[in-house]
Every structure is written in C-alpha cells, then in structure tokens.
Ligand binder design. Structure first.
Ligand code: NAP
Length: 248
C-alpha cells in the first residue's frame, strides 16, 4: 500500500500522524499556499499537480494505491481533480470531510450560496465585519468598501488588499471560544461572514457569534462530484484497512 493524502487541513495532519504511527507508506501533498506548512511525520511534496491529468500521472508514477482527499471542503478544484484522476486511473479515493455545521438555539444565521450573495447581504450602513474567509475570496467585498473589515490569515498577505479599511490579524488556528469571543467583543464586531467548513478547528468564531448575539452570514459548501466520504481519521484508517484487504 502507498497512500496519497491531499492535505492542508488539521484533519489531514492528524491523519498523517496516524499513518506514520501505523507505519503505512504515504505521501502528504500541500498546495503550498502557506509559507511554513505545519510539520508532521510523513514525507511531503508541495505544489499543484497540473490538473486532473497531472494528478493521474503522479498517481501512476508514484505507484499510489489509495488517495485520501483531506483538503478543506471549499478546496473545490483539488477535490474535483481527485475524483477525475482516480476515475481515470482506478485508484480508490475517499474524502475525509467533516459534516457541515448546523444551526443551534440562539444562532442568527443568514445562509447564502456563495461569496457574491454574502456581499449582497451585508448592510449598506457602515459596520464592523469579521470576514472569516480565505484570502483568495476577498475581492468581491470591495463592492462594499464602507465597512471596517477584520480578517485573519495564517501568513501576512504579500499584496495590498482591495479593501480600504481592513485590519489583518496573522494567526494560525485552532482558536478557542474564549479568545474569539474576546477578539470579536474587543473589536466591536457586528457581523461575521464565514464559510460552513464544519469540524472543530474553525468553529470557535461561530460559537462566539452566538454568545455575542451577532448575525452570521454563512456561506454554504460548494457542490462536489459524488465520492466516498468519511468523517473521522479513524474512519479513514478503517477504509484504508478495508481497501487493502480487498486488494490483497
Ligand atoms: P483549490 O482551489 O481547490 O485548488 C486550486 C489548485 O491548487 C488545485 O487545482 C491544485 O493545483 C492545487 N492544490 C490544492 N490543494 C492541493 C494539495 N493539497 N496538494 C497539491 N496541490 C493542491 O484549493 P484552495 O481553496 O486554493 O486551497 C488550497 C489548499 O489550502 C488546499 O490544500 C486546502 O486543503 C487548503 N486550505 C484551504 C482552505 C480554503 O478555505 N479553501 C482553508 C484551509 C486550508 P493543480 O490543478 O495544479 O493540481
């Protein structure tokens, strides 16, 4: 067996450690978006494959027998390419993907389908907005330049943001309810814009918004092609064991 983890998330890192612990031969792949990827005990490669065809070549060249797509649920391109490349090569694929968050009592969510809809929902009057989305999705918010935005990134941005009033906090999660509540209260945040990532690492801000009584513009996950899904590292390991027995 030789597994490929498509990574870049906390879950992918936990899975990497679990595979290393079980002495399963595996490679961890990063897109290379952050300057210092978090360390774990697997050999890694960094950078795109060159589309689905490039990934298919990689799978064959590296003799990959199993692919685990543990990318972020909003990393749509990579996930689509994984489905396509695994279909082309016949390599079994599973997605390690946490269930999306669901509304709890006290939540004030406005659910939208995409970034442009999120921009449209923001009020016209100036407000203090915590924009908890990836840096590559910020440009549409330039259509509402009147707001004071707060953004949080793993690395400092390497170019100016298209928002006239933006505070950038450089910090790497996971975050706690207490620290996110203090951060949001301290900055006088009135709106939170978030993507429905699911899982634990990113949910502190959602819980903090509920406690502070703030409206949350929640962007739904994009649609992905049909693929096998598991929700935990343990289930991904079990899938690998099961697939290996089938292949034996
Ligand atoms: P994306 O739009 O789906 O991917 C764009 C391209 O980047 C892919 O087509 C692929 O290039 C390359 N790529 C993405 N993930 C890769 C990986 N793990 N290994 C090798 N190449 C990869 O993805 P994204 O939204 O830019 O996210 C990039 C990475 O950041 C992902 O690995 C994801 O897990 C992580 N991340 C994303 C978010 C988010 O909010 N989207 C949040 C946390 C972490 P080629 O076509 O050339 O192969």
């Amino acid at each position: 067996m030789r597994a490929l983890i498509l990574g870049g998330t906390g879950d992918a890192n936990q899975l990497a450690d679990a595979l290393a612990c079980e002495k399963i031969d595996a490679i961890y792949s990063y897109a290379g978006r952050t300057q210092i990827p978090l360390g774990h005990s697997l050999p890694m490669r960094i950078g795109g494959f060159g589309g689905a065809a490039g990934l298919a070549d990689f799978l064959l060249k590296e003799r990959i027998t199993h692919v685990i797509d543990a990318t972020h649920p909003f990393a749509v391109e990579m996930s689509r390419h994984a489905v396509e490349a695994c279909t082309l090569t016949g390599v079994p694929l599973v997605a390690l993907e946490r269930a999306p968050w669901t509304r709890m009592d006290g939540d004030n969510w406005i659910e939208v389908t995409d970034i442009n809809a999120a921009v449209a929902v923001l009020p016209e009057r100036r407000a203090r907005v915590f924009l908890a989305i990836g840096r590559q999705h910020i440009a549409p918010f330039a259509a509402k330049p009147q707001h004071a935005y707060m953004l949080r990134f793993v690395d400092a941005p390497d170019r100016e943001l298209p928002l006239p009033d933006a505070e950038i906090i450089v910090s790497r999660g996971p975050f706690t309810l207490q620290s996110d509540r203090e951060l949001m209260r301290g900055r006088g945040i009135e709106w939170l814009v978030a993507r429905n990532s699911g899982g634990y690492g990113a949910r502190a801000k959602i819980d903090a918004a509920r406690e502070l009584g703030l409206p949350v513009i929640m962007i739904a996950r994009p649609a992905l092609p049909e693929r096998k899904r598991v929700e935990s590292v343990e289930a991904a390991l079990a899938w690998l064991g099961h697939e290996a027995r089938l292949g034996a």
